[in-house]
Design a protein around this ligand. Structure first.
Ligand code: FDA
Length: 308
């Protein structure tokens, strides 16, 4: 299976396939397994439905690695519209954004400025911006930007980020973010990383996830545990029970279309659950990373297509 994971991650970076995939009717149909739709209105409708079931949402306008300043501003505009729509419709939702979508690879200063406007907007409507984590070449710059935004007057708590348990550095990063009081989403990590920076073996990634979960649950800040892994969830619940951490002090997070049974089960048990709802035309890299996580998804998709 590690071979298939690497193959799908390599495919996620293929520009030609991305170009054709995102424009094909078949591609759009396949992507609907993990993507809420192509337009803002699709995402808002899904968010309303998820809220009605009792779960909160994080809206992700898909896109990454923009190649011009104009594209970065266009991407940010979608997020400004989302923040307004969330407030108008009183949705229980925040937004998740990638800094490369805001131009990080073109100019870190520009991306930071655009992100600052977004976080400012979020604060003005009592909302929150989660900065997603991308590959390890961007970890340091992403954390630096998030920490500076969090430290700006008036923005404290309106921005948070993501830590990946497959990176060796993550424990030190968690310590620093906790010292600053930054909200963290903990995940395992979705990119292909070399053994110089990341644990090559899954059991080590999992042990680190549990270790970092304990650190998050021990802190007074509200964090998110993003995983579909029942062992990780059980470990979190066990620690919370042993240390009298009330379930209102943290949340579980899962991806749209993944383990809906587990989402409902956690909700029933009295846990906060947030669903990450991606939407938009640039679904290809996101979709390929979801196949990399569980290559068996390919067979499900093929079976569903044949059924139609
Ligand atoms: P793991 O991969 O070990 O899977 C455990 C079990 O979960 C599988 O056996 C299967 O049953 C189920 N499962 C997992 N993925 C599935 C899928 N795609 N389809 C069907 N079943 C699946 N990564 C990152 O690098 N940066 C980020 O910012 C984020 N953000 C983020 C937000 C949220 C809300 C979630 C849930 C995840 C992320 N991720 C992420 C992705 C994350 O790093 C990781 O790749 C996936 O969550 C898969 O890891 P699990 O913890 O689910 O465990």
């Amino acid at each position: 299976m590690p071979f298939l994971r690497s193959a799908f991650i390599a495919l996620s970076r293929n520009r030609l396939l991305r170009h054709f995939g995102e424009r094909s009717t078949l591609g759009v149909k396949l992507s609907s397994r993990f993507v809420a739709g192509m337009e803002i209105e699709d995402a808002l409708r899904v968010a309303e439905a998820v809220n009605r079931q009792g779960m909160s949402v994080s809206l992700d306008s898909l896109g990454e690695s923009v190649t011009s300043e104009a594209e970065a501003h266009t991407a940010a505009e979608v997020y400004h519209r989302l923040l307004d729509a969330i407030a108008e419709r009183r949705l229980n939702a925040n937004v998740s954004v990638k800094l490369t979508q805001l131009g990080l690879l073109l100019s870190p200063d520009m991306a930071e400025g655009i992100a600052a406007n977004l976080v400012q907007h979020a604060r003005s409507v009592d909302n929150f911006v989660r900065i997603d984590m991308e590959d390890s070449s961007l970890t340091q710059v992403t954390l630096d930007i998030v920490r500076r935004l969090h430290a700006r007057p008036g923005l404290r708590g309106a921005v948070g980020t993501v830590i990946q348990s497959y990176l060796y550095r993550s424990q030190a990063d968690v310590e620093q973010l906790l010292a600053d009081g930054v909200r963290i989403r903990l995940c395992k990590g979705a990119y292909k990383e070399p053994p110089e920076v990341a644990f090559p073996k899954k059991p080590d990634v999992d042990s680190n996830y549990v270790r970092l979960t304990h650190m998050l649950l021990d802190s007074p800040v509200y964090h998110g545990l993003a995983t579909h892994d029942e062992h990780m969830i059980a470990a979190a619940k066990e620690f919370a029970a042993q240390h009298q951490v009330d379930p209102s002090r943290y949340e579980f997070q899962m991806l749209f279309g993944v383990r809906r049974d587990l989402q409902r089960q956690l909700l029933k048990q009295g846990h906060n659950v947030r669903v990450y709802v991606p939407f938009g035309h640039e679904w290809y890299p996101y979709f390929m990373r979801r196949l990399a996580e569980r290559p068996a998804n390919v067979f499900f998709l093929a079976k569903n297509l044949l059924r139609k």
